[in-house]
Design a protein around this ligand. Structure first.
Ligand code: ZN
Length: 167
């Protein structure tokens, strides 16, 4: 799947300004300035005449939609924040009970494990962003919502487990 070119990190590719191609393109096409929206058709400069932003000719893709990926990131980030806050609140009861309350220990242990799991999954998602982007959009959203629901359900189960041990 990785054929040399495909495995290059797109962020590290050198960027070549192409003023000739840009001028040729704008000579015959309407194109809004990505910064201010000014119609650049006929512009012969490499800066937007309206807002002076540098402009360049690039290849885009409608598949570069970060929504699903960000949803998955958000699911783990929110869960991590939740685990951290509840985990810190648990320090006091653990100390007060001398670590002898099974329910509190269960919750503290579960939240630590879940927090570490979230950090690991965040790392996996960030490290594999380009592989994620290569999947079809529908697949991306399917994975994202599966992650979101799983994270929610696992936390719910931990909460139920805590209540069951506590009563
Ligand atoms: Zn502009």
């Amino acid at each position: 799947m990785n054929d040399g070119i495909g495995s290059v990190n797109p962020d590290r590719l050198p960027r070549h300004p192409t003023p000739e191609l840009l001028r040729e393109y704008l000579d015959t096409h309407d194109a809004p300035c990505p910064i201010c929206g000014y119609n650049l058709r006929g512009v012969v400069l490499v800066n937007c005449p309206e807002c002076d932003a540098p402009i360049e000719l690039t290849v885009g893709s409608s598949q570069l939609q970060l929504g699903a990926w960000l949803t998955a990131i958000l699911a783990f980030a929110m869960a991590l924040g939740f685990d951290l806050i509840i985990g810190m609140l648990l320090v006091i009861p653990v100390v007060i009970t001398g670590g002898e309350d099974d329910a509190v220990l269960f919750l503290a242990g579960s939240l630590t494990a879940l927090g570490l799991g979230c950090i690991g999954m965040l790392w996996v998602l960030i490290a594999n962003r380009s592989a994620w982007m290569k999947k079809a959009r529908r697949t991306q959203w399917k994975i994202a919502w599966t992650i979101f629901m799983s994270v929610f359900l696992i936390h719910l189960l931990v909460g139920v487990g805590f209540v069951l041990i506590a009563i």
